[in-house]
Ligand binder design. Structure first.
Ligand SMILES: [Zn+2]
Length: 258
């Protein structure tokens, strides 16, 4: 693609300094690439922010690294993958995300490595986002809960590395031969549901309602989760996040400047 951003060597990333009160997430940008391991990952908070952004006219692409085929015990992976891809497309539509793409990495056994970094860097070079969004890759989620999923813990560092890779024309050079250009335009990466949140996105009732609808779209998946109350989870989380941010409703992100 002609007219790519000039190459610049990026040798460090800065984690935005944590303090007790999260700061507003900057919104002076146009394009976001939301990258998560599984269908449903974005819908535990981040999708409400996606609705706010699409309502502002921003361009949102959702990229699923797996098809979620290992997510439902009673369904074999072939049937499960097509079901969960359909649920994700409905979920994205509920928050106005026009594009949903799927990579084909294995659900449940995602590995950090060059194949994953290459695929993510390729997606960043193809979509040329200003911002990337994902979910928590720390060992625990905000508020505790069980040990974070292995795929989530793998994806976060790989995504941060891929942001750097995408900017470097000498990394994954075969993609440039194929016609892509380096992309160094990613300003920051924001990870939802992190225990180390640094920033917030304020939500209004429409954003929250759309976020709840996007979670509800994972109908069969949620029906197979024991003891999860999807009707109250997102509102309670948005109220708690709002109390920390000093607004009625919010969702929180851990931000890395890139
Ligand atoms: Zn997940």
């Amino acid at each position: 693609m002609p007219g790519g951003a000039p190459f610049r060597s990026v040798c460090f990333m800065t984690q935005t300094t944590q303090n007790s009160a999260p700061r507003p997430l900057p919104e002076d940008w146009e394009r976001v690439l939301a990258v998560v391991a599984h269908p449903d990952d974005l819908e535990f908070g981040a999708s409400s922010a996606i609705h706010r952004w699409t309502a502002q006219g921003k361009d949102v692409v959702e990229l699923l690294v797996t098809k979620g085929e290992a997510g439902i015990d009673s369904l074999d992976p072939g049937a499960c993958a097509s079901l969960r891809m359909a649920e994700q497309r409905a979920s994205a539509a509920a928050v106005g995300a026009a594009t949903v793409e799927f990579l084909d990495f294995p659900d449940g056994t995602l590995e950090y490595g060059l194949p994953l970094r290459r695929a993510l860097a390729g997606a960043i070079r193809r979509h040329r986002p200003d911002v990337v969004v994902s979910i928590n890759f720390r060992e625990y989620f905000d508020g505790g809960g069980g040990f974070n999923h292995a795929d989530h813990r793998v994806l976060g560092p790989a995504l941060l590395d891929a942001v750097r890779d995408a900017a470097n024309r000498w990394v994954f050079i075969e993609q440039l031969v194929e016609g892509q250009e380096p992309w160094s335009g990613v300003r920051f990466a924001a990870f939802g549901a992190s225990p180390s949140a640094t920033h917030f996105v304020e939500l209004d009732e429409d954003d929250l309602a759309a976020g709840i609808a996007s979670l509800d779209a994972h109908e069969v998946y949620l029906a197979n989760l024991d003891g999860f109350d999807q009707k109250t989870f997102l509102r309670e989380a948005a109220v708690r996040a709002g109390e920390r941010a000093g607004v009625p409703l919010a969702t929180l992100f851990e931000v890395f400047d890139t």
